[in-house]
Design a protein around this ligand. Sequence first.
Ligand code: SF4
Length: 498
Amino acid sequence: MLNLEGRLMAVMEKGTTQKVLSSLMTASFKNKVTRKAFLRALEKAMWRLSFKGPQRPEKVHYERALMARALLNSIERTLNSGTLSDRCMNALWEIFLGKVFISGIPKRKNFAQTHGFRPPCFVTISPTNVCNLKCKGCYAGEIYTRHTLKFDVFDRAINEIKEHFGAHFLVISGGEPFMYRHDGQTLMDILEKHNDVYFMAYTNGTMITREVARRLGELGNFTPSISVEGFAAETDERRGHGVHRRILEAMGHLREFGVPFGISVTPTRYNADMLLSDEFVDYYFFKQGAFYGWYFQYMPIGRQPSIDFMVTPEQRLKMLKRIWSLVEEKKLFIADFWNSGTASDGCMAAARGGGYFYIMWDGTITPCVFIPFKDRSGGNLYSLYQEGKTLLDAIQTPLFREIRRWQDNYWINQPKDKCGNLLVPCIIRDNSVAFREIVSRTGAQPVDEGACSFLSFIEQDSLPRYNREYRRLVDPLWEKEYVGGNGQSAATAEKKSG
Ligand code: SF4
């Protein structure tokens, strides 16, 4: 007879359907003590599985385990805060933990058996590029034609994501997601219709009025990740006068109606130090009550891209160490899209197993939010549907396949001692020359002018030079601390984790 931890491991590792688990999970939800016991069992199971995964250097396993622990710790802190609405608590427990982490796994294993490859575990959709603000440097500025995904197409794509990939987590981006309107339907209608999916949206927060927050508290299956640029001065400087005050009001409304929220930031060479300061972290995580944080280092794509805004190689290294200290010591769930490659098992683009892909407001399908290139024939949702195809076809295009082939060769199919450096995991940003070759081979098309500028940064060697400079700093670190085996064994690491 398996104990709870054993049952969880059986589902997560082997995809064994454990009917009894869902009733145990529901029963554990009733109070702090039983929830804690369940989360501890889940943490132990995830900790062990992090070390049992594919062959990677020990420290990679250790950092995966640390990130999983930080996520569960953040969830527990939020559930126990006493501030969440009943619906939000329930959705976090039953959908996010239950479906995303546990019961979706057998379905994903079945997919792998049928199709010969593992499915992505989430999708990011930007249903509109319309926005109510005019932030400096944003791609959703006025020069772009406004686009909005048709409601029935948006809805159909979500149904396919659930049915085909067994995925119950969706990320909504923009434009501003709360500006989405088509045929009289809004984002709220999507949340209500797909109440078996947990949604996270990147938002500027200014449209989260008291009424919107009340509705979100009733729906439960949604968490906003609110963009901030720093404190009031920095946020207002980029986003407009008074925006920071409106963000704080939104956070107040979300607390009042019990909706969990996080923050997202864009470190550049000018603000990176401030965004990782104690003062900033304490303010948003402990004073305002954010339960997670995303750090998206400035990427030279979109409107008028410039290499000069990117964090310097030295800053990036400093950020790497700082992010991991927050995850390890404060157990905060904070991920840096380019510095957390060990936690995500490398680049997640192109619908690789456990990864994701991106659907834009006009139906364009790209391998990643940060890869503004589409396959030359299968890169649009509307055309796919007209041809009687589905999202299963979208992830099998030459562009997606070539990126997955690169991922396989870089680390996925490599033995431990030949694993590519996961501190520089990104196909487009860190391995720009390889990316350029993939674009040439597949004939992939840039989706906007910023993407064309990005190619010129590669051709003029400015991005490859940046890549080489950063590698000079992190290749020795990777060799010594990861490949060199100064990592942690599962047992010692577990002890250390407490
Ligand atoms: S392409 Fe880069 S940004 Fe996109 S998932 Fe891969 S590592 Fe992350």
